[in-house]
Ligand binder design. Structure first.
Ligand code: GDD
Length: 310
């Protein structure tokens, strides 16, 4: 297939491009800045997803078989600081891609990327969330992804194109930048071990439970959703196992020789934090036969080791 991956130079994008190329797809890496080095992609195209004319030009010219639309403002904290920009990138950007496909390249299948954050307060039900559960998003990032998904699905149904809105729960792995819980903890521990900072780790809310999956399992789900025939709709991607940030910290602390004190920093707590998100990937498993392969603890240690080598 000829596949356009937007946000191809991001954490998830780089893994995805590599795996798609390995599977013999022709990959066009969509990036915002022309100076990006994307050696793994077959081609690179530079455009801004918030500019509908640029999006129309690219999609009309490329006529890809599939698009995996990763480009996004992906941080919950940043979204509180820049809610309008987050809506512009995540909601309007997704709208531009889907609208352009329905106008200029109707046979293109689109995978849009949502988030477990879309469920918001519904997470409090305390059971594995399914796609038909109501969404009550509690922060600007969650609102931007929820409205992006609603828009994508409604346009697809109206214009009879094929759009899959993937809802990944938390994912992590080597190469993820700081600002996410696993990389924040691992990067600090690696620095302490190298004597570059005092043996104190600063952490946020250790109690919230999230459903974590290794990024390489998540991208495999995106690939299957694109390669196989799948009905327009929403698909959770998750392991079904909740873990607290405290568990992540404990795994890392039991894998270091250094004695590290833990300092809780209230400034790192989030406004209106939902205490629990667990998902059911049953719909995805049934549709494409996906299940996560990597063990949570192994992936945490592998990510810590990656930071040790930076
Ligand atoms: N980042 C961070 N840093 N989070 C911390 C820390 C810390 O030092 N200490 C505790 N946490 C808690 C957060 O409060 C949150 O409850 C949890 O750890 C997970 O935080 P993140 O890994 O930063 O992820 P996120 O849930 O905000 O967002 C990620 O997951 C979403 C899917 O649920 C992002 O990858 C989103 O793009 C994605 O959609």
């Amino acid at each position: 297939m000829r596949i356009l991956v937007t946000g191809a130079d991001g954490f998830v994008g780089r893994y995805l491009v590599q795996d798609l190329v390995k599977r013999q797809h022709h990959v066009i890496g969509g990036v915002l800045h022309s100076n990006v080095d994307l050696a793994d992609a077959n081609e690179t195209v530079c455009f801004n997803i918030t500019d509908n004319h640029e999006v129309d030009d690219v999609i009309d010219k490329l006529q890809p078989d599939g698009i995996i639309h990763l480009a996004a403002q992906s941080m919950v904290g940043t979204a509180w600081k820049n809610p309008a920009e987050t809506l512009l990138i995540n909601t309007i950007g997704t709208t531009n891609i889907v609208r352009s496909v329905s106008q200029f390249s109707r046979d293109t299948k689109v995978v849009t990327i949502g988030s477990s954050e879309e469920y918001g307060l519904t997470g409090k039900l305390g059971r594995a969330l399914v796609e038909i559960d109501p969404c009550l998003p509690q922060n600007p990032y969650a609102i931007s992804k929820f409205s992006a998904g609603l828009m994508a699905i409604q346009l697809a149904l109206k214009d009879e194109i094929n759009v899959v809105h993937a809802r990944p729960f938390n994912h992590f792995g080597p190469h993820q930048r700081q600002g996410f819980v696993v990389s924040d903890f691992a990067s600090q521990i690696a620095k302490i071990e190298q004597g570059l900072s005092a043996p104190i780790i600063s952490v946020g809310d250790l109690g919230a439970q999230r459903d974590f999956t290794d990024v390489r399992d998540v991208i495999y789900a995106y690939i299957l959703l694109l390669e196989q025939e799948v009905e327009t709709g929403i698909y959770n991607i998750c392991s079904g196992e909740p873990h607290t940030a405290r568990e992540i910290l404990d795994i890392m602390l039991s894998n270091t020789q250094v004695k590290i004190d833990v300092q809780i920093d209230k400034a790192k707590f989030r406004p209106s934090e939902v205490p629990l998100f667990i998902g059911s990937a049953g719909k995805l498993m049934q549709a494409v036969g996906w299940s996560p392969k990597r063990r949570f603890e192994d992936s945490i240690v592998e990510t810590l080791n990656w930071w040790r080598n930076q």
